[in-house]
Write a protein that binds this ligand. Structure first.
Ligand SMILES: *Cc1c(COP(=O)(O)O)cnc(C)c1O
Length: 375
């Protein structure tokens, strides 16, 4: 059998070990050190120095502390895009708050502005104004930034921007990760760049960044006596992993270009198959194309195609199953228009790694063409 083609696998740039060796040579084997500082400053630069970065152990940790700094606590409601990965939602529950799910529009597959407004008005009418909104740039495609933030501002509700899949994406030339009151990044193994596991919170001020670092290092008060006046977390990024991150930041632009080339390749090879459609970038939207996604004409086609690819050792994956359909979340309120369910039924993510060769990509498209009996 041919070798496995993964959906999205780690792609080292070459200089990661140099930074790791520096950490070993200076014995900075700790959740702080020069690589952590360097990685934070690299990220700040790539986000046009519009935010202050706190490097953390995961994107989930970033969302957790991000919601906490927005004041979310026990009994609050937080609006969250239903079409996302569960890590967007879980931290709401860690804080004792509860999620309210809102469905997607079809231009970007992200939070629907109309439905968001309706949900806010309805929650307020029911006596509970949402404490925060979690908006996601799914698969690297920016959400409708202008519309969403206009509504959030109108009701004075802060937005946590889940940019875990969107490092390198931008909206009207402004980088994703700089739109929310705070924003979360992820460097998990399958993301556009990786530290094997890691994340960061993009903060509006140095004061908030320092607050996040304080919480993420057990909330130890200044001084020698291990005084704690707040609950702490062990969420800071390790200096070893930050070394991987510094190496990865040197190649971020190349990784975005490579992923966009993967999208272009699939589109040019498969565009004449009637049953397949691609998600285009609306004007002003720039996606890092973390994953190339296609829509098929039915659930059966999607599932048959997925199994046919699997037969040739090629990994593909349905789009995220909406959160309002998850057994663990199904009893929370949701505002639904059917879009995220339809996308889940008909959508498929194709192998999209920046390290895929032309031979790999041709093997994927050959399989898809042969499933649809076109050559
Ligand atoms: C990966 C991901 C996260 C969580 O990041 P981790 O670093 O894996 O904790 C959160 N939200 C979305 C949309 C993600 O894709």
């Amino acid at each position: 059998m041919d070798s496995k083609i993964w959906l999205s696998s780690p792609h080292m740039g070459g200089r990661e070990q140099h930074y790791i060796n520096q950490a070993f040579d200076s014995n900075w084997i700790a959740p702080l050190g020069p690589n952590v500082d360097g990685f934070e400053s690299d990220l700040e630069q790539s986000l046009s120095n519009k935010v202050q970065i706190a490097a953390l152990s995961s994107g989930t940790a970033a969302i957790h502390l991000g919601l906490k700094v927005l004041g979310v606590s026990k009994g609050d409601e937080v609006i969250c895009q239903s079409k996302t990965f569960s890590a967007s939602v879980n931290p709401i529950l860690y804080l004792g708050a509860s999620p309210v799910f809102v469905d997607s529009e079809l231009d970007t597959w992200n939070l629907c502005p109309m439905l968001l407004k309706k949900a806010i008005q309805d929650r307020i009418a029911k006596g509970k104004k949402p404490k925060a909104i979690i908006a996601v740039h799914l698969y690297g495609m920016p959400y409708k930034v202008t519309e969403i933030h206009e509504i959030a501002d109108q009701y004075n509700i802060p937005v946590l921007e889940d940019s875990a899949e969107a490092l390198g994406s931008s909206y009207k030339s402004q980088p994703c990760g700089t739109f929310g009151k705070v924003a979360a990044l992820s460097f998990n193994g399958n993301k556009i760049i990786t530290t094997s596991g890691g994340g960061a919170l993009c903060c509006p001020t140095n004061e908030i960044k320092n607050k996040i670092i304080h919480w993420s290092t057990q909330s130890r008060d200044k001084g020698v006596s291990y005084l704690h006046s707040e609950i702490g977390y062990n969420y800071r990024m390790s200096n070893i992993l930050a070394g991987i991150g510094r190496g990865q930041m040197e190649v971020l632009k190349e990784r975005v270009n490579a992923r966009r080339r993967v999208f272009d390749f699939y589109k040019s090879e498969l565009n004449n198959i009637k049953a397949i459609t691609f998600l285009e970038e609306p004007e002003g939207y720039f996606s890092n194309r973390w994953l190339t996604t296609i829509l098929l004409d039915s659930y059966d086609t999607r599932e048959e195609l997925r199994l046919a690819l699997n037969e040739d050792n090629i990994e593909s994956r349905p789009l995220w199953k909406p959160m309002h359909q998850q057994p663990v979340f199904k009893n929370y309120p949701s505002y639904i228009n059917g879009n995220s369910d339809a996308l889940f039924e008909r959508g498929l993510c194709l192998p999209s790694g920046s390290n895929l060769t032309n031979i790999d990509l041709n093997r994927v498209t050959k399989n898809i063409k042969s499933y649809f009996s076109v050559c």
